[in-house]
Write a protein that binds this ligand. Structure first.
Ligand SMILES: [Zn+2]
Length: 419
């Protein structure tokens, strides 16, 4: 008798403790609630439709700054879901707000609509017998857009209510230095937490890789070769500057906080028989350490200025894109135990795809990380070769991706009592 009463209690207590210790807002019991079960069943029952929509979306071209057609599709689908407040902003982000009943944190779910593929790319999706889809953009990040639409439909079908608002933002220009997300955050009340859906299923990234892309430009009046002796010389400044940049010391490759830079493109000049009035090159600089990022950037710019002075030319630096660094692992250590990281970890364990969190990342979540908002990116499906013509994604894993998204957002925004 005693045992019969005690044993279930003990099991409940152990389960509760193992989830409570982690700071997770998700419990397996949550997934057993009738309405949540119904929402998960919706994803299962309608998975063929989700895949069909995923294919449709992939075939709508959406190069960064040209997302309008894809945004129009997303907007039309969102407007079919009762209770959503759907809006677009000046840069092109589409926002669907699903109001909570009150008393919980507002959770922003970001899924970028843009791709890196030119508008004339062949986007026809090939579905192979091994259960994969092949097309540019099918993985990064169209799978997330399809998952997000289906998650909202599933929440509505099951009449799930959360305490906090759910704010689903379908962002633009993610691939151009997270521009759409920066714009959204600059023009709206900040949410309590941010979840970006991007990357492979089982990714949980809670940091922000700082990335500076610069164009280093050197200009002078130019001169015919016959008159070129001792004249200001942009091409020579470029040559000297690139050589000098590579003397800027980097941390060792195996350092806890690595950093890297690279000169990728050189340009300028139109004729053989003259000093070019303009020559330039690009620098890609990356590290998670904000102090190191600024210091390496300053040293690189100083090398350019010195080379410009030595060659009597004008130097200007233009940022092609810029996203700030989120911090060294020790600075983010406390994040690891917080609900924003622990909740997706527990959800992934529950859906059968356990994860190890990583203190770096290069997604819309970075915008939150650098502003001190608990932010994380989670995966969408399995797949690979993103940003290439041979991009592919695993179909079955998107079902887990959608369930993961649904459970993460309702756990973080806190489930309201079932009606
Ligand atoms: Zn992406």
């Amino acid at each position: 008798m005693k045992l019969r009463v005690f044993l279930p209690l003990l099991i409940v207590a152990l389960t509760a403790t193992s989830y409570a210790q982690t700071g997770s807002r998700f419990t397996p019991a949550m997934a057993e609630r009738a309405d949540v079960k119904q929402a998960l069943a919706y994803i299962d029952t309608n998975f063929d439709k989700q895949v069909a929509e995923w294919i449709t979306l992939t075939q709508i071209p959406a190069l960064s700054t040209h997302e309008q057609q894809r945004a129009a599709y997303v907007t039309a689908e969102l407007k079919k879901i009762p209770g959503l407040q759907v809006s677009s902003d000046a840069i092109g982000n589409v926002t669907a707000r699903r109001p909570g009943v009150g008393g919980g944190p507002a959770i922003l779910l970001a899924a970028h609509m843009d791709t890196v593929h030119p508008m004339n790319t062949d986007l026809k999706v090939k579905r192979l017998p091994d259960g994969t889809l092949h097309a540019p953009g099918v993985f990064d990040n169209t799978a997330s857009v399809a998952n997000a639409l289906q998650t909202l439909r599933a929440l509505n079908a099951a009449k799930i209510q959360t305490r906090g608002d759910l704010i689903f933002v379908f962002t633009v220009q993610e691939e151009l230095g997270l521009k759409g997300m920066y714009y959204w955050m600059d023009h709206n009340v900040a949410p309590a937490m941010i979840v970006a859906s991007d990357g492979a299923l089982s990714d949980v990234n809670y940091g922000a890789l700082g990335i500076y892309w610069s164009k280093m430009k050197f200009t002078a009046p130019g001169a015919h070769t016959l008159n070129s002796r001792n004249q200001p010389h942009p091409a020579r400044a470029v040559a000297q500057c690139i050589t000098d940049i590579y003397t800027v010391p980097l941390p060792p490759a195996d350092a806890a906080v690595p950093a890297i830079y690279n000169v990728g493109i050189l340009g300028g000049g139109t004729v053989v028989n003259a000093i070019s009035p303009e020559n330039w090159f690009t620098v890609d600089l990356r590290t998670i350490d904000p102090v190191l990022l600024k210091s390496l950037d300053a040293q690189i710019v100083a090398k350019c200025q010195a080379a410009a002075n030595a060659n009597h030319v004008t130097f200007t630096r233009e940022f092609i894109q810029r996203s700030e660094a989120g911090g060294r692992p020790e600075a983010l250590a406390s994040r690891l135990t917080q609900p924003i990281v622990q909740t997706p970890m527990d959800v992934l364990k529950f859906v059968g795809s356990p994860a190890t969190p990583v203190p770096t990342g290069s997604t819309d979540a970075n915008v939150g990380v650098v502003r001190g908002i608990p932010s994380v990116s989670i995966g969408r499906s399995r797949g690979g070769n993103q940003h290439s013509l041979s991009e592919w994604a695993d179909i079955a894993s998107a079902r887990l991706g959608a369930k993961q998204m649904l459970l993460v957002v309702i756990a973080l925004a806190e489930l309201a009592p079932a009606k």
